[in-house]
Unconditional design. Structure first.
Length: 304
């Protein structure tokens, strides 16, 4: 499946980042003792998400119930919360992140969370309230990018592909603001918290906005003036995943939930709806996800 860009959108090639959808504040709960027993019937699985109200989750819970699995969605208010909750056993699975984000968490925390299934990849867009085309952005203007490491690197790659900046390294999943060659770049780049970028859009020439915050800026996904390419083979590290603790990697109940998410028509329709038809659903083999995680984690350690 491919993404149809706006007539005003410049399609550019860069690494993809997965972007979960809008957040709602909630606390953690203790994972059910009977979760994922694998013997079928009346099982409860606590799944951590960022955006419980997104359209895919209600049909997912319903479809799981039809298979004898009670899914309890645990909603988190920021991306920093679901992985520690999973590590500590407060939830059984989470679904909000891409492989690069998980690799960074595992590397920093010493955890061994692992992918158990893919969901989708999402394009990352450049938006502006002042300019309708990347070429219209004057030299010396300021462009904002997210301040978290994984999405910042991807955002910089988008800007480089759009001809706005040049990266000293040529661009990697570890690029940050220090990698920007200011003398050779058309614009200056500033980093802001992802959730704050929409309200800051009027103050900059353009900004990379995560999908979950696009509508907060009064924009639609078709308003992007540049974005990355979901067909890029380098996209694998940025595939969104279900994650579990390593000891639960082969849990039959968890794998069944992944299958439900990937194949249920109502779930898939909800996924597209909540992403503004930008999500590209995937059924990537788990071994490929794990291999990608191992490689990115090795690279992350080497890059420290």
């Amino acid at each position: 499946m491919s993404i149809t860009a706006s007539r005003r959108t410049t399609s550019v090639i860069a690494a993809l980042a997965a972007v979960p959808l809008f957040v709602a504040l909630a606390g953690c709960a203790t994972a059910s003792s009977d979760a994922g027993s694998g013997d079928g019937g009346n099982e409860t699985v606590k799944v951590g998400v960022v955006g419980k109200g997104d359209a895919q989750w209600a049909p997912f819970v319903e479809a799981a119930a039809e298979e004898g699995i009670t899914v309890e969605l645990v909603d988190f208010g920021s991306y920093e919360q679901p992985n520690p909750a999973l590590t500590e056993g407060e939830i059984d699975l989470n679904q909000f992140q891409h492989i690069v984000y998980l690799a960074e968490y595992n590397s920093a925390s010493g955890s061994d969370l692992t992918p158990v299934g893919s969901t989708a990849i999402y394009p990352l867009g450049l938006y502006s309230q002042k300019y309708d085309d990347v070429d219209d952005i004057p030299k010396g203007e300021t462009v904002a990018v997210p301040d978290d490491a994984s999405n910042q690197a991807r955002a910089l790659l988008v800007l480089q592909s759009a001809g706005l900046i040049e990266l000293k390294s040529g661009g990697t999943i570890f690029s940050d603001l220090a990698d920007v060659d200011t003398e050779k770049s058309k614009v200056e780049v500033t980093a802001l918290e992802a959730a704050l970028i929409p309200t800051s859009l009027p103050d900059v020439a353009a900004a990379i906005i995560n999908n979950d915050f696009v509508e907060d800026a009064g924009l639609t996904f078709d308003d992007a003036i540049a974005q990355d390419d979901p067909e890029d083979p380098n996209a694998l590290p940025y595939v969104n995943i279900f994650a579990a603790r390593a000891e639960d990697a082969d849990n039959e109940t968890y794998l069944k939930l992944v299958e439900i998410f990937q194949t249920n028509e109502d779930v898939q329709a909800g996924l597209l709806e909540s992403s503004g038809d930008t999500a590209v659903p995937l059924q990537t083999p788990v071994e490929d996800l794990v291999a990608s995680l191992e490689k990115v984690q090795e690279d992350t350690e080497a890059n420290k």
